[in-house]
Design a protein around this ligand. Structure first.
Ligand SMILES: C[S@@+](CC[C@H](N)C(=O)[O-])C[C@H]1O[C@@H](n2cnc3c(N)ncnc32)[C@H](O)[C@@H]1O
Length: 199
């Protein structure tokens, strides 16, 4: 396994058990972000880098009992915490890498990725793999429950203009990977970029 992946697994493995306790008030923000996708009943959706599965219950609510919800993550401890929290009742969980998704081309209506993109070693290639598994016209939501500036402050660092998630970087990055960005919000209360899969 690549060093990048071992680093991700060590970093998030150490934080998994306490993850939900650190951010207990984020639930409504996840539900609001999922609602903005306007998923139809019966849709198929992936939570990429699902962690403890905080997005899975609102995703299930959106697609209904006949829909498909899959949570995929690289860190086993995160998925174990998701099971302990009962989030496996909202969707199927899989250990895996967004660089090589165990899904057929065009199989999904949408991908939700919270706190994911900054951790990807090859953002463009990984976003292209996410595009592969989404049908033309399907959606990608890149979300974080606080905005870039608030996150940087929490982590004791400065926000930099070359940040991948800054709009001038993110729009062409998505375009190069098969996505057309249709909305972008970066405010203290949340970060949410939504893109549509080009045909
Ligand atoms: C900041 S956490 C966010 C977890 C969850 N989405 C949430 O909002 O609480 C990032 C997650 O992405 C996962 N991750 C990082 N790189 C990944 C990859 N290449 N494939 C799948 N998951 C990955 C990590 O294991 C971690 O659980």
């Amino acid at each position: 396994m690549a060093d990048d992946h071992m680093h991700v697994q060590e970093f998030f493995g150490a934080r998994a058990a306490d993850w939900d306790n650190r951010f207990p008030d984020d639930g409504p923000a996840y539900a609001a972000a999922v609602a903005e996708l306007g998923l139809r009943s019966g849709a198929a959706v992936l939570d990429a880098g699902c962690g403890t599965g905080r997005a899975l219950p609102p995703l299930r609510d959106a697609v209904g009992p006949g829909g498909t919800v899959l949570g995929l993550d690289l860190t086993p401890e995160m998925l174990e915490a998701a099971v302990r929290a009962g989030r496996d009742r909202a969707g199927s969980l899989a250990l895996g890498d967004v660089a090589r998704l165990p899904l057929q081309t065009g199989a999904l209506d949408a991908v939700f990725g919270a706190g994911l993109i900054s951790h990807l070693p090859e953002p463009e290639g990984n976003l292209r793999e996410l595009a592969r598994v989404v049908r033309p016209g399907g959606q990608l939501a890149l979300f974080h429950p606080i905005g870039r500036a608030a996150l940087a402050a929490r982590q004791g660092r400065q926000i930099t203009p070359d940040d991948l998630r800054a709009e001038p970087q993110l729009r062409p990055l998505l375009a190069g990977a098969g996505w057309r960005m249709v909305s972008y919000v970066d405010e203290d209360a949340r970060f949410l970029a939504i893109a549509v899969r080009e045909g």
